[in-house]
Ligand binder design. Sequence first.
Ligand code: C2O
Length: 362
Amino acid sequence: VPIEPDLSSCGESTVDAGTTCMNVPCCPPKLKDSKIIDFEPPLGCKIRYRPAAHLVDRDYLYKFESAMERMKALPVDDPRNFMQQANIHCAYCNGAYSQVGFPDQKLEVHYSWLFFPFHRMYLYFFERILGKLIGDPDFAMPFWNWDSPCGMTMPQIYLDPYSPLYDENRNLEHQPDVLVNLNDGKSFVKPKKKDDFYELAKREQINSNLYVMYQQMVRSAKTASCFHGAAYLGGCVSETDIGCTPEPRGGTIENGAHIAVHKFVGAKNPPYNEDMGNFYSAGRDPLFYAHHGNVDRMWNIWKTLPGKKRHDFNENVWLNSSFLFYDENANMVRVKVRDCLDSKTLGYDYQSVDIPWLRSKP
Ligand code: C2O
């Protein structure tokens, strides 16, 4: 059966770091009128284009910052408040919900075919809320273009300590111009001196990243199961449930570049490596949403790669799996995977930029 979160059972999330463990409250606030509405795709045919974070201009930045500022300034118990938005990730990723029909099974959206749909809709509502707060329903949030050389460092707009886009819980050693290593999240080069060696190492890092992208997007991602990850059915627990057939498993991008970027940004602060280095806290870093914008963009690109066409799953058990979000008007909405297969139906797409890794065939 399809997976569905059981709102009434929402409880504390468990954050396990192996040697130590803690419980955190991450459930959404309960509103008086807690009717759940079924999601309807927006009407209208105007597409908003999410820009690459390193390419935005001053006017755009001003808008984006105002929206984020307002989101952070909402009452703490408003489900659209920034911290409440951040907690959505914690609730869905650290077992706050059990599954409808299976009170003993926790719901977890990582490491399975729920990964792309869940994060797409999470960002969708986040963006709608931002737009609403500045009275611009066409507002599109930026994506972090880490698959292209000029996007391989943390985007500058997130680095000003006075900006609402800043987060102090990051790895300061990974500020620009340290390049992300999409292979494992550790930086390949430390920019001590900009000598020849450094320039060479930088070039090597870029090439290695492009190669990693080609692997994870093209070579190793020929089927939906490889790209999205394995099935995750109601009644199963994710990832580690050996008895479950098929056993949930993350897709190429999720397990690869996606995790690498999380680790690259998160502070070197054991045991939890907040914010980006841990699921429970990742959504507290505004950069999270730009990172996942690019992850989401990869889903669009994957389906339009040249050559043999790649298709999403068509199993109903996937298409009917669902999530709950508060929308821009603070109404609780149920979204099914089938509602989110095409970003254009949702009213958005991505600024078109060069995709250099398409030419990085080994
Ligand atoms: Cu829900 Cu990048 O993780």
